[in-house]
Design a protein. Structure first.
Length: 319
């Protein structure tokens, strides 16, 4: 994106849907950041019905640029549209019911990208806050870099997307919002990793609030395991189409699908396996079962031959 002199260094995109009870904590953590540069705050509200927008406008006025939807678009479309409207050189996204862990997040992440032009995105560790239990834990990550090959090998992602360079207007990666309505995870990771490896700084930057209480509009509270599995599958179908056969996503699918499938079968019994075909393609289910069988033979570890780079990334051949 061509940076104009009047454009801010950073765009913070806050996406909300009925976050009346939480949005003030989120925005206070944003406006409490210590920075040496200008930034804008975009609030992409997905047709909330609880007065979220009114609260924000009354307290924060023109400090927040509100993108108010006339109808519910779903998280992915809401987020994508906000990214397309962001004017900053960099973008940081945050859910309206989460908040930043320290007051130096923006300065550190922006400073890193300014110093490392070859890196597209940078993040840090999460603090996981179980609201119902009142407990917090730090999700320390045992590595400082994460690549497309790591993703394809099924290395678990234990951090959020963090800060990325704003290339959305040039690239227009519409597959982000042409999969699941409310789960952007696979698509965002794929997009960022096609640009470069991701750097993970060894410190907390983001507090993720897990809510499963009645009446909550959070993703975990409104989706069952079969629905979550379907959302992940739609994400992979979208990036497979975008990749045009360059990448083999079978191992990544095992990582994303395993938890949903295991919990679903535990809750509903083996007779429910056929229901998986409502959200997975037959070939996907067969591949999943075969890889899990090979892992069982290999002491529950992914066999090394499956993780070879030449099996996961197709090299271009000369004409």
């Amino acid at each position: 994106m061509i940076q104009r002199e009047q454009d801010p260094m950073l765009s913070i995109v806050v996406y909300t849907y009925n976050h009346k009870k939480y949005i003030d904590t989120c925005l206070e953590s944003i406006f409490g950041q210590q920075t040496e540069f200008s930034y804008e705050v975009l609030l992409a509200d997905d047709a909330s019905t609880d007065g979220t927008v009114q609260i924000v406008r009354k307290k924060y006025g023109d400090r927040v640029r509100v993108l108010e939807r006339s109808e519910n678009l779903g998280l992915c479309r809401n987020m994508y549209d906000a990214f397309m409207q962001a004017r900053g050189k960099y973008i940081y996204d945050c859910a309206g019911d989460d908040y930043l862990s320290t007051e130096h997040v923006f300065q550190k992440l922006t400073g890193y990208l300014e110093e490392h032009e070859d890196i597209f995105s940078v993040t840090g560790w999460n603090e996981d806050y179980n609201v119902e239990k009142g407990t917090k834990s730090v999700g320390e990550v045992p590595y400082t870099e994460y690549t497309m090959l790591d993703f394809l090998r099924g290395v678990r992602v234990r951090f959020f997307s963090g800060m990325i360079r704003n290339t959305f207007r040039e690239d227009k990666p519409e597959y982000i919002c042409k999969a699941s309505r409310n789960n952007e995870e696979v698509q965002i990771w794929y997009y960022a990793l096609t640009k470069s490896k991701k750097v993970i700084l060894p410190e907390c930057v983001y507090t993720y609030c897990f809510r499963n209480e009645g009446g909550s509009e959070s993703y975990n509270a409104t989706r069952d395991f079969l629905q979550m599995l379907g959302d992940y599958a739609k994400g992979f179908h979208a990036v497979e189409k975008a990749a045009g056969g360059k990448y083999n996503f079978k191992l990544a699918k095992v990582t994303y699908y395993s938890g949903c499938i295991d919990y679903y079968i535990q809750s509903n019994g083996w007779k429910s396996v056929l229901n998986l075909l409502r959200v997975l393609r037959p070939g996907e289910l067969f591949s999943f079962a075969w890889i899990k069988f090979l892992m069982k033979l290999n002491h529950r570890k992914m066999p090394a031959f499956l993780m070879r780079e030449d099996r996961l990334i197709r090299k271009k051949t000369a004409d």
